[in-house]
Design a protein. Structure first.
Length: 133
C-alpha cells in the first residue's frame, strides 16, 4: 500500500507541475479560457460568469482536478495485470472522478460567484443610501 501511495504522489506532483507550466506559459486570457472544455462545463452546467471568479484559483483547481484524475487512474490501472480489466476499471474510475470532481468544483465556483454578487449588491445599497443623503 505504501508503494501505491508513493507512486500516486509522484505522478500527481509531476502531472500537476507540468500542467501548471503549460498553462502559465500560454498566459490564457478570459476570452481564450471560455473556449476550453472545462470552462464550457462550468458555464453551461452552473451558469457561472467566470469574470467574477478568481482566474488563478480557477486554473489551480482545474490543474489539481485533472492531475488527481490522471494520477489516481494511472496508479490503479498500473497494478492490474489484465489489459481488459485495466481498460474497464480505467473507464469506470475516469467517469466517476470526472463527473464527481467537476461537479464539486462547479458548485464551489457557483458559491464564489454568488458571494461576489452579494458583495456587489451591498455596495450598490450603500452607494444608493449615500446618494439619497
Amino acid at each position: 500500500i505504501f508503494d501505491l501511495l508513493i507512486d500516486f504522489v509522484l505522478m500527481f506532483l509531476i502531472i500537476y507541475l507540468v500542467y501548471l507550466i503549460l498553462i502559465n506559459r500560454k498566459k490564457v486570457k478570459y476570452e481564450q479560457l471560455k473556449e476550453t472544455d472545462f470552462i464550457k462545463i462550468f458555464i453551461r452546467r452552473y451558469n457561472i460568469n467566470i469574470e467574477k471568479v478568481n482566474y488563478k484559483l480557477l486554473i489551480n483547481v482545474v490543474a489539481l482536478i485533472n492531475s488527481f484524475i490522471i494520477a489516481f487512474t494511472s496508479t490503479i490501472i498500473l497494478k492490474i495485470e489484465s489489459i481488459v480489466w485495466s481498460v474497464i476499471v480505467a473507464f469506470v474510475v475516469l467517469f466517476l472522478l470526472v463527473y464527481s470532481l467537476f461537479e464539486l468544483a462547479g458548485r464551489y465556483f457557483k458559491k464564489i460567484e454568488g458571494q461576489v454578487k452579494l458583495k456587489e449588491k451591498k455596495k450598490k445599497k450603500i452607494k444608493k443610501k449615500e446618494d439619497e443623503k
